[in-house]
Design a protein around this ligand. Structure first.
Ligand code: ZN
Ligand code: ZN
Ligand code: FE
Length: 755
């Protein structure tokens, strides 16, 4: 055969596409392209992606692949496309092969996706969807929040009560239509509808509802609005009177509120947005992005912080509302009271939220899986997730080891659990603080839902080492084989799993609290470890934590502890401003407790050292919410300042000289900003020094950073950059939270490796 004949010969090619290509309308999309090229073959879902077989010549194959790359559905994310020649096969047509096994269908569960541009356009022209707020298509709309069971069909979702009208059915059945097999497809004739409850009246008409909502916001009212994964509370973000009333009624004294802006240009008036931040803001996941503030909103929104948690509209109702509003920013915060989970049920919303909100906007489709808004930040040009929920869950994480049948129960305060399916880990949505009874119920219920939804039957359960964590107790009560993992080892392993590392690394795990295997509270750990074992090489010097858990809300206790260690009884004579606010007898009592070791566990926690410093400089002696003290310290950083305080690295890391210098600075009225920056620089310098020292001893060049303290942007950014400058290979969290929300992934892989 001549060469040109060879070139023009049709062969069967197998194309394998990996990435997020399932549950996002990918197969119909391939079908349509194949039809365009007149190709014969088939497409089917595989465990880890999509496989296509086609008969064609090489040149057409190349064009076909290039079309796939360029026209892929917006919610998909292609990681790789590979092709090879396989044995010749005959096809009569191009077909979508339906997955036979349920385990293949599991990956079909897509996260919820923000309404797409095409649907927003349709909302203004399609006669049955004019301003219809439940418009959606294969590329957008609710998914995870409405799925009850598999296979992912309409009757297995909370859309089951809505019978498709002939128009919707026609689109649903037409493979050339954007709504082909879009399970939640709906229109004004057949789909769900909103109703607004205000002053004992129920308003039903969409147009009346939207105008009324806008009116209410203008008139300083607070609204409860049913979102995708739960209820939210909304009000004018520029009206201090309303925002402070919301703050009081929600029982949320100190924590900043998230804000939704009408569009990216309006947002840019209030916050500095770089290219990467803009990409995250506009992504179909539509997370809350933490941004540098430029212009102030109502002061009670950000409560003195210089950052704004900003997001853009993601439901059709948000767009419709902003069309009618004359303001471009509304507070949109989770509809819950204090630490309870976000409300999802209509009845509960009316009972619980009508005490806070002046009106309740509800709709008649149930939320099956609760999700909160996700929260991300950009550090060194990369998105880092702090709260992983709507838009991200349940995207599986691909691992390089088998974790099948393992349930990891997570930590306690910022809980997420994790299940193992083959070589994939599925991390639950953000659950919250298990100590809250309602949250614990949400936790138990979600584990049951994951078992059903993902056909998961746990054979091994993993928990934290902490005996009192409710997640440990859950594991104890399960009667399944139970394995325990040290908290900071789990942090490091979680980051290793994210980067598919399975070797010895230097792990740096800094956070607030974690139970150590010497029964002390750890939190500044330098490990040499792999996925199985760890050796604790260095840590901050132990310090008593007088009052135990009370120190987290009263950082001044840690300050007294550090000062008492350094100055003994003379601490009262230091004349520090923060000490004057606390009566002398309380301080004496605390010192006695330290001496007699009464309720004063020992801690090496980095978080507690940040607490102590924030209190010593009188920036945050009492904390109104979790991690307020370190957040306040970070907020006043002056990036021009390069100096640091002295410290001593021995077996443990000693801060006597650091604290001594900080006190001298306080007495000399050095600005808080300068002290905070020098303190941050000190911690950064310690990390670099210790890691360098350990590289020389252990000949390991890979450094893994994890733990809640690395939510601090200045810390992670500088540590990463300096380590890279020193030729280290640095691994930190991107897709998985660095806080305790990521712990369960680490527990999962350690258990898989150890059993
Ligand atoms: Zn759409
Ligand atoms: Zn319809
Ligand atoms: Fe932690």
């Amino acid at each position: 055969m001549s060469q040109s004949n060879q070139k023009n010969k049709e062969t069967t090619f197998l194309i394998e596409i990996k990435g997020l290509v399932q549950g996002v309308g990918f197969r119909p999309f391939i079908y349509r392209i194949a039809k365009k090229y007149n190709l014969k073959g088939c497409v089917e879902n595989r465990n880890d992606g999509v496989a296509i077989k086609i008969n064609c010549i090489k040149q057409i194959l190349e064009e076909f692949i290039s079309s796939i790359k360029h026209l892929a559905p917006p919610a998909s994310n292609i990681e790789s496309i590979d092709f090879k020649v396989v044995d010749d096969e005959d096809f009569i047509d191009f077909q979508i092969v339906k997955s036979q096994s349920i385990s293949n269908q599991i990956t079909d569960i897509s996260p919820d996706i923000a309404v797409c541009r095409d649907c927003l356009e349709d909302m203004k022209i399609q006669y049955n969807r004019i301003d219809y707020p439940f418009i959606n298509c294969t590329n957008c709309g609710p998914r995870f929040t409405i799925i009850k069971d598999l296979p992912y069909d309409r009757d297995k979702t909370s859309m089951e009560d809505f019978k498709m009208c002939p128009d919707c059915l026609k689109e649903y059945k037409d493979i050339n239509d954007r709504r082909f097999h879009a399970q939640p497809v709906a229109c004004a004739v057949c789909g769900p509808e909103y109703s607004l409850l205000y002053e004992n009246e129920e308003i039903k008409n969409n147009h009346t509802i939207i105008s009324k909502l806008a009116d209410l916001i203008k008139n300083k009212k607070i609204l409860a609005i049913k979102g995708l994964g739960g209820y939210f509370l909304a009000c004018n973000a520029l009206c201090e009177e309303t925002v402070s009333r919301l703050r009081k009624q929600k029982n949320r004294e100190g924590k900043p509120f998230a804000v939704m802006f009408s569009d990216i240009d309006s947002l840019k008036k209030y916050a500095i947005v770089d290219k990467n931040e803009e990409i995250s803001l506009l992504s179909l996941k539509r997370p809350i992005v933490l941004l540098q503030q430029k212009k102030e909103l109502a002061p009670s929104v950000t409560v003195g912080f210089n950052t704004i948690g900003a997001m853009l509209p993601y439901m059709p109702i948000h767009y419709l509302l902003f069309e009618k509003l004359d303001i471009s920013a509304i507070v949109l915060t989770s509809g819950n009271i204090s630490d309870e989970p976000i409300v999802t049920n209509n009845k509960t919303a009316i009972e619980k939220l009508s005490g806070i909100a002046d009106a309740v906007l509800t709709y008649n489709r149930d939320i099956y899986n609760r999700t909160d808004d996700s929260v991300v930040t950009i550090v060194n040009k990369v998105e880092r997730i702090f709260r992983r929920s709507r838009g991200y869950v349940p995207i599986p994480l691909k691992l390089n080891l088998n974790v099948d049948g393992i349930l990891a129960t997570g930590a306690e305060l910022v809980n997420c659990f994790c299940i193992g399916k083959g070589k994939q880990a599925i991390l639950s949505q953000h659950i919250g603080d298990l100590k809250n009874m309602e949250t614990y119920e949400f936790y138990c219920e979600s584990i049951e839902k994951f078992k059903k939804l993902f056909r998961f039957n746990p054979k091994l359960i993993v928990s934290d080492l902490h005996p009192d964590y409710l997640s440990t107790k859950y594991a104890n009560d399960s009667k399944i084989k139970h394995f325990k993992v040290q908290h900071h080892h789990a942090h490091i392993a979680s980051c290793m799993a994210e980067h598919k590392l399975d070797e010895k690394v230097i792990g740096v795990s800094f956070d607030g609290t974690g139970y150590g295997d010497d029964n002390n509270i750890w939190g500044s750990e330098f490990f040499v470890c792999d996925l199985k074992e760890y050796t604790r090489i260095n840590h901050f010097d132990y310090m008593p934590m007088p009052g135990g858990d009370k120190v987290t809300s009263e950082p001044w206790r840690m300050a007294v502890s550090y000062l008492y260690n350094l100055f003994g009884d003379k601490l009262q004579k230091l004349n520090l401003p923060f000490l004057k606010q606390i009566n002398a007898s309380s301080i004496e009592l605390l010192c006695t407790a330290i001496d007699k070791k009464i309720n004063s566990p020992m801690t090496s926690s980095a978080g507690r050292l940040f607490d102590a410093v924030a209190a010593i400089i009188n920036l945050c002696p009492v904390s109104k919410f979790h991690a307020e003290a370190p957040m306040r310290l970070e907020a006043i950083i002056d990036r021009q300042i390069k100096q640091a305080y002295p410290y001593v690295i021995g077996k443990t890391i000693l801060f006597e000289e650091t604290i001594d210098q900080i006190i001298k600075d306080v007495k000399q009225h050095t600005s808080l900003s300068e002290i905070s920056t020098k303190f941050h620089n000190t911690i950064i310098s310690i990390i670099i020094d210790v890691v360098k020292k350990n590289r020389n001893i252990y000949h390991i060049n890979k450094v893994v950073l994890s733990g809640g303290s690395f939510q601090n942007k200045y810390l992670i950014e500088n540590v990463e950059n300096l380590l890279i400058k020193n030729d280290f290979e640095v691994f930190s969290h991107k897709k998985v939270p660095t806080n305790d929300g990521g712990i369960s992934l680490g527990q999962l892989v350690i258990a898989a490796k150890s059993i």
